[in-house]
Design a protein around this ligand. Structure first.
Ligand SMILES: Cc1ncc(COP(=O)(O)O)c(C=O)c1O
Length: 400
């Protein structure tokens, strides 16, 4: 008889973004010209100055286990970054370097959640948050948002969720947001911080898209609102998105020492330290940044404008202009209600779009928001243009 799986893993579904990318790759290998709007990673190469530092680390035989929490130069470089860019003062003992921001979040959740504690998650959310909450034996509580409010939680909704959740322990906040590109303003963060402080809720502030903001929008870390807010926050950040380093696997958590220590103990018995060469490369990435990082942001900004303008020309597509990250999440509900193909759900829509028009995108249901789809504009202008044209033709065909 097959070994029975744990109840915990039965709740965990595969990542829809990863399985979509696998399907798109398969089609490409079969010679089909697929435009993939599903990818959640920059299409740029890691900048040369970072790669050079990695070569140097290998040549110097920097290839052994390091301190579990990360090499001291790197934790110092992270502290310097937090001071320089966020006006926050941390010391290396408040920093835990992990194999990706994904791992940072799980380490912290395991460190702070007891069985049946509740984790507040604004909708739409990054697909991983609910599953990591369940892996920590905690329970996700979803906070609704509205397109009118830019998909950001209102203080009243947060207060109501806390009132209804006697075991609320953590709020996961993600600004700039995957999947909507929403960015919280300082005023909005002040209101959220005040509620969390009053109710002793820990904020896990996922700031992985911090550098990717557009127009005159400024990223504000909720930890910088006040000393009390800092005491109630663990910042999670990393190099994957802004530095085009997804495959290097490095993220970090910065927060109250006792939480960072506990998360570090979790890491000691799971992954241990991050790859030693990656750590050296990241010291250079943070300390010696050149203009390649800003150039990537400008390119994303141009693509955002182009994609958004194209989407706005399509009738009945409702869309909020994203202020950050590299995603746009239009509402296509009208087409789900008015089509000649029997399509009722965004997931069926995405399947048919991929099959007939060779455009891959993720169903918004995966992020908790029905009637929407998510475009990633981590894609060339040429592909964006080709893909949106096909998307628009598909909408015309199914609604005529
Ligand atoms: C909101 C958000 N947080 C965290 C991550 C994970 O980043 P990392 O590559 O550092 O694990 C992602 C990656 O897609 C993300 O979208």
């Amino acid at each position: 008889m097959a070994i029975k799986l744990s109840n915990r893993t039965k709740l965990i579904k595969p990542s829809p973004t990863l399985s979509l990318s696998a399907k798109a790759t398969q089609m490409r290998q079969a010679g089909i010209d697929v435009v993939n709007f599903g990818v959640g990673e920059p299409d740029f190469n890691t900048p040369e100055y970072i790669k050079a530092a990695a070569h140097k680390a290998i040549d110097a035989n920097f290839t052994r286990y390091t301190a579990n929490a990360g090499i001291i130069e790197l934790r110092e470089a992270i502290c310097a970054k937090l001071e320089r860019e966020n006006g926050l003062s941390y010391s290396p003992k408040d920093i835990l370097v992990s194999p990706g921001a994904k791992a940072s979040i799980l380490n912290v959740l395991i460190a702070v959640c007891d069985t049946d504690d509740q984790v507040l998650i604004p909708v739409p959310y990054w697909v991983t948050y609910p599953y990591q909450t369940m892996m920590a034996d905690a329970v996700p509580v979803y906070i609704p948002t509205d397109v009118e409010d830019g998909y950001k939680i209102l203080p009243a909704a947060l207060e109501e969720a806390i009132e209804d959740s006697p075991c609320a322990k953590v709020l996961i906040l993600n600004s700039p947001s995957n999947p909507t590109g929403a960015v919280y303003s300082r005023d909005e963060l002040e209101a959220i911080a005040a509620i969390c402080i009053k109710n002793d809720i820990l904020i896990i502030s996922d700031e992985i898209y911090e550098r990717l903001v557009y127009d005159d929008v400024k990223h504000v870390s909720i930890a910088s609102i006040s000393p009390e807010a800092k005491e109630h926050t663990v910042i999670v950040n990393g190099v994957s998105k802004a530095y085009a380093m997804t495959g290097w696997r490095l993220g970090y958590a910065a927060g109250p020492t006792h939480i960072i220590n506990a998360a570090g103990r979790v890491q000691e018995h799971t992954t241990s330290c991050v790859n030693s060469i990656t750590q050296k490369a990241c010291v250079t990435a943070l300390n010696e940044e050149d203009d390649s990082i800003e150039n990537m942001r400008k390119e994303f900004w141009m693509r955002r404008d182009y994609l958004f303008d194209m989407l706005m020309k399509i009738p009945h597509v409702v869309c909020k202009k994203p202020q950050g990250a590299f995603y746009i999440m239009p509402d296509i509900s009208w087409y789900l209600q008015n089509n000649n193909q029997g399509i009722k759900k965004a997931s069926q829509f995405c399947d048919l779009l991929l099959e007939k028009y060779h455009v891959a995108m993720v169903d918004g249901g995966a992020f908790g928001l029905k009637g929407t789809v998510r475009f990633s504009y981590a894609n060339s202008m040429e592909n964006i243009s080709k893909g949106v044209t096909r998307f628009s033709e598909f909408l015309k065909e199914i609604s005529s």
